[in-house]
Design a binder for this molecule. Structure first.
Ligand code: TYM
Length: 330
């Protein structure tokens, strides 16, 4: 078993990233050899402010450490320091088909009507993501539900490469999607996922938010006037209510039924403050650790450098085998 996953160092880490992905990373680092990285190359698919990308990379790394990623157990690095990601991406570009990339929902959403003015990096984004996991022979990739399609593409690329070049080089990676928080939704709109790119900061809980900000965002979260029912099935048409119950259950580490058994018949006037208290209890200690780490950026940078060295060593044999498989003289 080999675990690999990444996160783009754009903006702040939010509750969706934490419950959907990072918490799984922390749990899995004890179960298998794990590599976690800042996808700084992926960030280039959108316009960047260079100084900000550099700063975000270190700050996102500090946030992962604050969440419990331990560089003595997991390999933590930024993608740009391991050139094999880019090199393998180019090789896999010969295998990936235009039609496959055209079908990616993230490409379709982001390119909208004007695909021609988007960067080619945005179109090729999933090929780099395939390289990220295939390079390390990843067996399990802990991600939120929104990354499932990209992982299926990585499997398609691996399968075609193995077939075309008559090899068993690439292991097919399995997406590991958190059962309790596959997709955390926006606090302002229960049909949109919680996202770093939502212009409204009130739509998400950031891991750096103060206790007051967390309480206020939950207080203002969109809901309805009905009391909570006894089962999730009865919340089928109430997306915002369902999302808040899901967040509560995931934060406490219990099932949604347990939460509803406790709050059935009560309105959001009672539920929201309880949810805010729980979120503050879970996120407060992470924020405190993060504040300390941000005062010691040299230590974070050193952890990244050490992680990159280990990642380069693990990546080298697979890159070499891929180069040989396609006939490159290196
Ligand atoms: P990114 O940076 O958008 O998100 C990082 C992780 O957080 C998960 N996530 C969510 N989970 C539940 N609810 C949400 N609202 C929510 N929002 C985000 C994402 O699914 C992801 O697991 N392309 C990737 C980064 C990447 C990657 C990889 C991941 C690059 N290479 C290789 C896995 C393997 C991305 O942009 O994630």
């Amino acid at each position: 078993m080999r675990v690999v996953s990444g996160i783009q160092p754009t903006g702040n880490l939010h509750l969706g990233n934490y419950l959907g992905a990072i918490r799984q990373w922390v749990a899995m680092q004890d179960q298998a050899e794990s590599l976690f990285f800042l996808a700084d190359l992926h960030a280039l698919s959108q316009p960047v402010v260079p100084a900000q990308l550099a700063q975000n990379t270190v700050e996102m790394a500090a946030t992962l450490l604050a969440c419990g990623i331990d560089p003595s157990r997991a390999i933590l690095f930024n993608q740009a320091r391991v050139p094999a990601h880019s090199e393998l991406q180019w090789i896999l570009g010969g295998t990936a088909r235009m039609g496959w990339l055209n079908r990616m929902t993230q490409w379709k959403d982001k390119s909208g009507k004007d695909g021609a003015s988007q960067s080619t990096g945005l179109f090729n984004y999933p090929v780099l993501q395939a390289a990220d996991v295939l390079l390390y022979q990843a067996t399990h990739v802990p991600v939120g539900d929104d990354q499932k399609q990209h992982l299926e593409l990585a499997r398609d690329i691996a399968t075609k490469f193995n077939l075309d070049f008559d090899t068993e080089l690439f292991v097919l990676p399995e997406p590991f999607i958190s059962p309790s928080a596959p997709r955390i939704m926006s606090l302002r709109d229960g049909t949109a996922k919680m996202s770093k790119s939502d212009p409204s900061d009130a739509s998400r809980i950031n891991l750096i938010d103060s206790d007051e900000a967390i309480a206020q965002k939950f207080r203002k979260a969109r809901t309805d006037a009905e009391p909570l029912p006894a089962t999730m099935a009865e919340l089928a048409d109430r997306a915002e209510a369902r999302n808040l119950v899901t967040i509560y259950a995931a934060l406490e580490g219990v099932g949604t039924d347990t939460v509803l058994a406790r709050f059935a018949g009560q309105g959001f006037g009672a539920f929201k403050p309880a949810l805010a208290d729980l979120a503050i209890a879970v996120l407060g200690p992470i924020r405190e650790r993060l504040t300390r780490l941000l005062d010691d950026r040299a230590a974070v940078a050193a952890a990244l450098e050490q992680g990159a060295e280990r990642a380069r060593a693990l990546a080298a044999p697979t890159l070499k085998a891929a180069q040989q498989a396609v006939g490159l003289q290196v």
